[in-house]
Design a protein. Structure first.
Length: 156
């Protein structure tokens, strides 16, 4: 028996529960091309393989970790897909010229992904700076109130 015959398939509801998203989210990710359907049952119900679940979990992790919009998530996934295709080409290439071309094609893909991540880092850093400034301001006011209470003889 083949390895594929032993692989378990999951219905959309099982996948949604396992990953912690709605079935609508899964369908929408399919519409966007972020996730494929492993197959369909005789009743035309979607079924997914473990690899599909792993992919969905990775997409959700990236979305949540980086706070990506769906457009950004699609761009990141497309770049990753293109890089995967280049890795396959690398394995099949035999000449240094072919491999040099693959490296050249991979560079802008990684740059695009890195730009997206760095943009998120920058926005997070700016937000952290704003929160730090607010916290400094609150600590300053707290100290002023404490000094005022001590001057007035009010010690709580």
């Amino acid at each position: 028996m083949s390895v594929e015959a032993h692989e378990r398939s999951y219905r959309i509801g099982e996948v949604a529960e396992r990953v912690g998203v709605t079935t609508r989210t899964i369908r929408y990710y399919e519409e966007l091309g972020l996730l494929g359907v492993a197959g369909r049952t005789k009743g035309a119900q979607r079924v997914y393989a473990d690899a599909d679940i792993t992919r969905l979990e990775e997409l959700i992790r990236l979305r949540d970790l980086l706070g990506l919009s769906l457009d950004e998530l699609v761009a990141l996934a497309e770049a990753e897909g293109a890089r995967a295709a280049l890795r396959d080409q690398w394995a099949d290439s035999v000449t240094d010229g072919e491999r040099a071309g693959i490296v050249e094609a991979a560079i802008p893909l990684v740059e695009r992904q890195l730009d997206l991540v760095r943009g998120r880092q920058q926005r997070l850093s700016e937000f952290a700076d704003e929160l730090s400034e607010k916290l400094r301001s609150l600590h300053k006011r707290q100290a002023e109130f404490e000094r005022s209470r001590v001057r007035k003889g009010n010690t709580r």
